[in-house]
Each structure stands twice: as C-alpha cells, then as structure tokens.
Design a protein around this ligand. Structure first.
Ligand code: PLP
Ligand code: CA
Length: 304
C-alpha cells in the first residue's frame, strides 16, 4: 500500500497537469464515445484543448474503419475540428508497419473488415482477394503463392475457411504474423460483448504454434507513428488518457508517457488499485498515474 499511482485528480491540480502537457493522446471508445454516442462533455473538452493550443491525437485499437471514416464519425458526433492527421488507428498503423518497417514484398492475407483492407490499399499494399465461392473449402480452394504476411484484425464475417487458409500461410516461416491489436473483447450496451481480434489471433497462435506481432496498443509502434508525424514529441510532454488498463495504461507506460484512467469505460478503479498493490512488479505498468470519473472533469480547468 502507499505505492505511487491511481491519484484521483480534479480542480487546480488537473488544470496544472493539462497546462504542463503539450500532447494529449485520447483512446476513443469508452473515453470519447460509446459506440455511436459521444460521452457527455467530450466535444467541449476536445474543442477547448485544441483552442488552448494543445496537440490532440486519437489512438484507437479499432481496426474496422479507415481513418477517413473516423473523420466523418467525429464530425457526426459533433467534433467538427478533428482532422485526418490526428487519427492513429490500429489499421492505419498496421499499413505503415507493412509499408515502412518490414517493407513487405508480396501479398498480405487479411482477416478483417473491408475498412482494414481499404487502409492497406491506400498505403499501396496488395491484399489477397477473397473469391466469393460458396462451395470453396480448405480442400479445394486456391492458396496464393506469394503471401508474405498474415494480418489479423476484427472480422465480423470470419469463416472457418479464412482461419484455415491463414493457418496454411503461417506454415511458411518467412510469412509474417501480425495482429492489428490484441483486445480480448469489447463492451456493447445491455451487458453484451463482442469478442475482440485478440480472440481470433489466439486461435491462429494455437494453430500455428507462433506468436503474432501486435501493432496496436499496448505496443510502442503506435507512438512511433505519432512521433514520426509530429515533430518534437517528447514523451514527458504527453498525457495518455484511456479506459482500459491492459491496453491504454500499459501503452502509456511502455512509451514513457503520463497516464490517466477515465472511469467511463471498461476498467474500474478497484482493478487499478489491485495492480498497484500487487507484489508482481510487472503489474505496476498497468497502474494509471491519474484517475478521473470522466473527461468532462476537465471542463472547469478551461473556465477563468
Ligand atoms: N476494436 C473493435 C472492433 C471495437 O469495436 C472497439 C471498441 O468499440 C475497439 C477495438 C477498441 O477501440 P478503442 O481502442 O478506441 O477503445
Ligand atoms: Ca477504449
């Protein structure tokens, strides 16, 4: 007990913290919105931060849409000033990783939504075309000869055939195994959940005996994408705000950023305190530096 972290922050202290930071990194679902509904006060908070000269960026593990669609979504929900350059999604960062880091030569086999495929195409990365043959099975289908990476994201049209093909491609040790993110599940309204792409990746990890390279939070790569696109990003000048300890807070810790948990999403303060009080020191990377009930708590900081 008495370890650092989980500090509930508001009022003048919160104001000082925000004043001290140049870059505010927001996770999206559970922080800015719940699905198609903006969190109360979030529009005002984001607008005020931008008006006060802060660099605001959005870091989402949701791989289902290309960045353009996020600009539209922000606009639809009332965030009228958010631009493409502020959006870092796991699909966009996966495309950058394939293009700029591994410089993939050959095709990518994608398990994911059309939005992920579109983001890859925009980066000039060829994806294996899926034929719509209802009679295709793993026994009679064609496998492409030049698949150099399997990329797994959220796929709401997953089939056994896709899993089987991916497992075949992964037999080749020169074929990379990437995952847009490793999220286990996502909350829906009414207590329902969606299995996340982490659950699909796990299936392929078992089938292939390999471990996927994760692009999204908590991996540092998304922060590298941000630093390469904004000059002079100093981790000490950044605040990462998220609702999930295992992705957002760990991401912040991994990148040397101050972290803030907001209680409008997945993780509860009790879980954070448990990690803080844990004897396992690796758990301490999951502990937020600060906690707020909602980002609407920022609003008084902008009033003079
Ligand atoms: N992936 C999918 C498919 C989702 O539906 C969600 C949340 O709704 C996420 C990832 C997590 O998104 P974020 O990182 O913005 O919380
Ligand atoms: Ca979230």
């Amino acid at each position: 007990f008495g370890f650092k972290g989980c500090q509930k922050i508001r009022g003048p202290q919160l104001r000082n913290l925000l004043e001290a930071k140049d870059f505010i990194l927001f996770d999206c679902d559970g922080v800015i919105w719940h699905g198609e509904k903006a969190i109360t006060g979030a529009v005002k908070v984001v607008n005020s931060l931008i008006r006060h000269g802060k660099n605001v960026v959005f870091v989402t593990n949701n791989s289902t849409r290309p960045r353009e669609n996020y600009v539209h979504k922000f606009y639809r929900l009332g965030f009228t000033d958010v631009m493409l350059e502020q959006i870092f999604s796991s699909s966009y960062c996966s495309a950058l990783y394939l293009r700029d880091v591994v410089k993939v030569h050959g095709q990518v086999f994608v398990i994911g939504c059309d939005g992920l495929r579109r983001e890859l195409q925009e980066a000039g990365i060829p994806c294996v075309e899926e034929a719509d043959n209802p009679d295709a099975t793993i026994y009679n289908c064609n496998l492409a000869p030049d698949v150099k990476a399997v990329l797994v994201g959220h796929d709401d049209k997953l089939t056994f055939l896709k899993l089987a093909k991916a497992s075949c491609y992964l037999r080749d040790p020169d074929c990379l195994f990437l995952a847009t993110d490793n999220d286990p599940w996502h909350p829906l309204s009414g207590g329902r959940i969606l299995p996340g792409s982490g659950s699909l990746t796990a299936a392929l990890e078992v089938a292939s005996g390999r471990k996927a390279t994760v692009i999204g939070k908590p991996s540092r790569f998304m922060f590298e994408c941000i630093s390469s696109q904004f000059r002079g990003v100093d981790p000490a000048q950044c605040l990462m705000i998220g609702d999930r300890l295992e992705t957002d807070m760990l991401f912040g810790s991994n990148c040397g950023l101050d972290t803030m948990l907001t209680l409008t999403g997945v993780s509860q303060i009790e879980e954070a305190q448990e990690y803080r009080n844990s004897e396992l020191t690796t758990n301490h990377s999951l502990v937020p530096d600060y906690v707020v009930d909602t980002i609407a708590d920022f609003l008084p900081a902008f009033e003079d």
